[in-house]
Design a protein around this ligand. Sequence first.
Ligand code: ZN
Ligand code: ZN
Length: 372
Amino acid sequence: MKAVAVFPLSREVKLIEQAEPVITQPDQVKLRMLDVGICGTDKEICTFVYGTPPAHADYLVIGHEALGSVVEVGSAVTHLAPGDLVVPTVRRPCPHARCRSCRAGHQDFCETGDFTERGIKGAHGYLAEFIVDEAQYMNLVPRHLREIAVLVEPLTIIEKAEHQLYGLMQRRPPWIDPAVSERTQGQGHKALVLGAGPVGLLGAMALRTVGFDTVVYSREMEPDPRIAVTQEIGATYLSSQALPTDQLETHIGPIDLVYEAVGHSLLALEVLKALGPNGIYILTGVPGLQTLIEADPATLFREIVLKNQVVLGTVNAGTQAFKAAIADLDVFHQCWPRAVLALMADRIPIEQAAQRVLERPTGIKSIISFQL
Ligand SMILES: [Zn+2]
Ligand SMILES: [Zn+2]
């Protein structure tokens, strides 16, 4: 069967032929892959700055944003059947008894760093015609979400963040309002989404859904499909080319929440200065190597203390975030069907994946599709 793999030693990314995997344990399922999304992490792996092949392998099959169809189940699997659509989680627990998070099934909070991630770290990914995996890591997707469910994995980033955010928002007494639930937590609050890529736009959709007055701040200028999506979901778009970061606060007022989704440290730092009193700043981007910058930590920390601010980093997602993402994607699709479809304008066959992963997508997100 076909797969796309990166060979770090010979610095190659290519289509390979490998044996079709078979079920060897009663708790496993076999999937035929349908769609696999490509993101910045894949690009970093394919430029050899990130990613680790499985032990004893000289290559890593990439792909972690996946949708598959169950074709076979092991004898102990009772909750899935052939034909079911599933989105697999990415991270698998570390082996250490001392890791309280992994032992409790929360490997997205792994304490040792010895977890594996399919398609990223120590385990092959999903950009292959078939995969075999443990059934417990599969998330069932309703059939009517077939065309868009490849967006579930990037959506889990905001879902995990939002779940933590709700707890953080409860710390300020006026926000402890019995009428406010996790589904309405943003009402009366202003959010700034930094970056209009897929993670930023899915974040903006999620924030709109729970009631945040949402501004998306990114470098694109009109006309751009990212700006059209922003407007369609009822958010405001501001271009960093037209409005510098030091004017954000005066232009839009106190910002209660920043959801950062660009991985650019200087920009993230500049926007932190615009965060309002009691504000919460969520970092999701992973900055690569960037030029050293001068900063004034004393002023920065003083502001964080004097304004009761929170800076929170978040990575990966657990089962709860996957379930929330599947439910939210259904809501987004009902509210803004055109905007959701516009996120994935670009579907290409696996034969073009190796070159496409390195290119800038022609749409907002590139999807490798096995059924073209
Ligand atoms: Zn990704
Ligand atoms: Zn662990």
